[in-house]
Design a protein around this ligand. Sequence first.
Ligand SMILES: Cc1cc2nc3c(=O)[nH]c(=O)nc-3n(C[C@H](O)[C@H](O)[C@H](O)COP(=O)(O)OP(=O)(O)OC[C@H]3O[C@@H](n4cnc5c(N)ncnc54)[C@H](O)[C@@H]3O)c2cc1C
Length: 405
Amino acid sequence: MTEVINTQCCIAGGGPAGMMLGVLLARAGVDVVVLEKHADFLRDFRGDTVHPSTLEIIYELGWLEDFLKCPHQKVNHMEGVIGKENITLADFSHLKTQAPYIAFMPQWDFLNFLKQKASTYKNFTLIMQAKVDELLVANDTIVGVKATTDDGVIEVRSSLVVAADGRNSDVRRLAHMDVLEHGSPIDVLWFRISRKLDDPSAVFGRIMPGSLMVMLNRGDYWQCGYVIKKGEYEALKSQGLESFRKKILENAPSLKESIHEIMDWEQIKLLTVKVDFLKKWYKDGLLCIGDAAHAMSPVGGVGINLAIQDAVAAANILACPLAADKLNAVHVAAVQERRQWPTKIIQFMQLIMHKRIIYQALQSKKDFKAPLFLRAIAAMPVLQQLMGQFIGMGFRPEHINICNK
Ligand SMILES: Cc1cc2nc3c(=O)[nH]c(=O)nc-3n(C[C@H](O)[C@H](O)[C@H](O)COP(=O)(O)OP(=O)(O)OC[C@H]3O[C@@H](n4cnc5c(N)ncnc54)[C@H](O)[C@@H]3O)c2cc1C
């Protein structure tokens, strides 16, 4: 027999968007069920940049001290090497926030932290290994979901279903939402490699003629992202691992002593970069947030933080009507209204970076010079601070403003 669960809000996906929305709604007295298809949060690297905007929200919730007890690295500026020039791209240290830096923390630690906070609320339920694979529809309104678990199929019936199931969202596909694909000329290969303690600690991007690599300081290792032209992965693989190791060293000679650690293609994960945007983030009974509403490029490391901003905006707008069983279509539409333009601006900037800098660098055969606007940033600390504001806080930073029952 199918188990039936009745709740006020059912969230598909326990990523940053789903877990943050879940805990915020539970905190405001809403009965909430989060369904996550995996058994735990321990998965491949999915980005671990917790930006000042997210840290400020954690502070507003009174959790910052606890949060910073989880292992992390702090970075208060972003550096890059373009050709032969060393450039500071963004400075977060002047932000007027409690934590004016990026905290690098594995995403699974962040999600476990949210889970632990959420578990203090009796009205919060997290069901792991529950894959949403069907929508329940009555009178053209989505009234819940069916999910497959190890113990069989469950039905979760709710006033609102939130799709927070990421860039390949099953829920948005099942709901036939219209997606605007922006495309991307690049993919990224992620891998990790040992870091010497005296290596520089800032976020370290290196753009050389024909190659681009990002190196994120994770304490005793570098999380590296080697950028390739879209669709080039199979050709690169066919040239063999030794050729790939050489390409990495051409970009980052400092990895000479540790490059032998890359011994198998299994150590390298392909991220197919895509940038898209749902024309409408909602339908009767359904709201999409985070990557399910707008898949982000990894440029700027903003995906997690925009997902959190969506969750906070959604909780601010929806918690009271949900708790009072007075939710209507206007409330749900207001979430897209609030979050769409800050998201569109960031996606626009990412697409410009793809075209004007990253792709140009990958195409170039001789010395690649930083474009004028990057050189202007490098020369003017005030522009570095402005970039710190855009990247660190986004364009419409959300604050916790939720009714508490
Ligand atoms: C390799 C890689 C590197 C990245 N690097 C960065 C970075 O450095 N910084 C950054 O900010 N962003 C980065 N991103 C992007 C970032 O991970 C996402 O933007 C962010 O995680 C979006 O959060 P989300 O909660 O919307 O979706 P996700 O984090 O994708 O979470 C969705 C969740 O839904 C679950 N799910 C999926 N389908 C179902 C289903 N049918 N039923 C139930 N559960 C389901 C998934 O298991 C997952 O846990 C990176 C992404 C990738 C893939």
